[in-house]
Design a protein around this ligand. Sequence first.
Ligand SMILES: *Cc1c(COP(=O)(O)O)cnc(C)c1O
Length: 234
Amino acid sequence: MAQTSIRQNLLQIQERIANAANRTGRRIEDITLIGVSKTHPAITIQEAFQAGVRHFGENRVQEWEVKRVGTNNLAATWHLIGHLQGNKAAKAAKLFHCVDSVDDFALAQKLDRARAEASVPAKLRVLIEVRVAKEETKSGVEIAALPQLAEEIATLPHLELAGLMCIPPYLLEAEQVRPYFRRLRELREELQTKRGLPLPVLSMGMSHDFEVAIEEGATEVRVGTALFGTRAMK
Ligand SMILES: *Cc1c(COP(=O)(O)O)cnc(C)c1O
């Protein structure tokens, strides 16, 4: 995709973010755009960076391992947003600033150990991915198991548990997704008040529903298609 259209897409997304924030009296500074660059080449990431994107989301450790060579000089924050297998945890802890899709304690422990060994001074930021829609066979921790997992992860010294993430079912009308976003916000509030866990981050909302997510409290929206155009099927 040409650089000008990434720039134009970004302007439109920023405007939509601002409008959604205004509707609910939120500040735009409190909402971070994560450009989801999976399947797109390093050169496209560079273009988006030049246009002003500072956070990027990738969903595969191996894909990012190859692509990062072409983006090494960019002062961006790199998020892993896809499901992570235990055998890739060590690599992920070294290659990303944030792993936004943690859904079990064994995985968190692996990330914690790997981060310690990687001699990266900063903690690895993690989010817990919550399965907000039971009927879907997607990754994410069950709601009933969330409080215990959050308390366990919060004890790990090299991880910073910053909040929650969800991938709700894809529903034609973005408005239909609202209850899932609301549920994630309520879960965050419960963990804050009942367990005293500070969880400032809510990562929710994609190209098709990020405005609704912002209205429900999203602090990070993960936008791929609306920024970079349609992905080739993989
Ligand atoms: C691909 C992906 C996105 C972006 O989806 P779009 O609909 O292209 O904006 C967001 N979050 C996750 C976890 C993804 O895998």
